[in-house]
Ligand binder design. Structure first.
Ligand code: 5RP
Length: 264
């Protein structure tokens, strides 16, 4: 692996080979999603607890102070909105030159396997990988399911994750599901999990992170379950303990309960 690529991967995945990525890129198709109406206020307090930040270039340039020394995973696909029934019609919307100018550690794009735009998004992934290689920048492929949440099963997610890895993605982001080890075992690159829509309570978030790591995930790339919580810092701190300190779910809950009234 080229030095630049290796260095960027090692900035995202810590010495234990694991990562807590904070996803705040939802606005690229959801607009001002609930509790992320003001990114400049919501994101900075969480940065010290994240190993990297997944963000769009608009929010990065306008809402994140460059003084923060956090690896950036830049969302580079887009071109749709939640108002459209079909969310799969995405293309690459950021040049690699601009990504390099922003000093990012990785670029991220969604693929929509099994949809009307499967071919288009898989070609976009391949082209992005070809271009990103010239800059030594890793590519993270998001195995998006759009509005079709029923696609969150091991068969579909394993298929989509493996295809992304076969095309050359360096990191795959997917959803946690039953038999999740089938997804990680058949994917030769690190797999991280999205959180998905807000879960019933914090225990469920920590349980999902715990189970995912136990079944081979190399970390989490979570958004809404962190920053839509009333206690985002306490939630991300407890997730960190599960990922990096091998905390049990009980221990994570205790940490969360202890922190939630002390930190914002
Ligand atoms: C949007 C994304 C998000 O980054 C991803 O879904 C993670 O966020 P959440 O934990 O809220 O699901 O890729 O397409």
């Amino acid at each position: 692996m080229d030095w630049g690529l290796k260095n960027r991967m090692q900035r995202i995945f810590k010495e234990d080979g694991l990562t807590v990525m904070l996803a705040v890129d939802h606005g690229y198709f959801l607009g001002a999603v609930s509790r992320m109406e003001e990114p400049a206020k919501t994101i900075p307090p969480l940065i010290p607890y994240a190993d990297s930040l997944m963000v769009t270039r608009g929010v990065l340039r306008n809402c994140i102070d460059p003084k923060f020394n956090i690896p950036i995973v830049l969302r580079v696909s887009g071109g749709n909105s939640v108002l459209n029934e079909d969310l799969s019609n995405e293309e690459v919307v950021v040049s690699m030159q601009d990504a390099a100018r922003l000093g990012v550690c990785a670029v991220a794009l969604s693929i929509y396997v099994g949809t009307a735009h499967e071919h288009q998004t898989l070609l976009a992934l391949s082209k992005l990988i070809n271009e990103a290689r010239d800059f030594g920048i890793p590519v993270l492929a998001v195995t998006a399911v759009g509005k079709e949440l029923e696609k969150r099963d091991a068969k579909y997610l394993s298929l989509a994750s493996r295809i992304a890895a076969e095309l050359g993605a360096d990191i795959v982001k997917t959803y946690y599901c039953e038999d999740f080890q089938k997804v990680t075992e058949s994917c030769p690159v690190p797999v991280v999990i999205a959180g998905g829509p807000k879960l019933k309570d914090e225990t469920d978030i920590f349980q999902m992170a715990y189970d995912a790591i136990a079944k081979g995930a190399k970390g989490v790339d979570m958004g809404r379950n962190i920053w839509q919580s009333r206690w985002p810092v306490a939630v991300i701190s407890a997730i960190r303990s599960v990922v990096h300190e091998k905390a049990t779910v009980d221990k994570a809950v205790k940490l969360f309960e202890g922190l939630k009234n002390k930190v914002a």
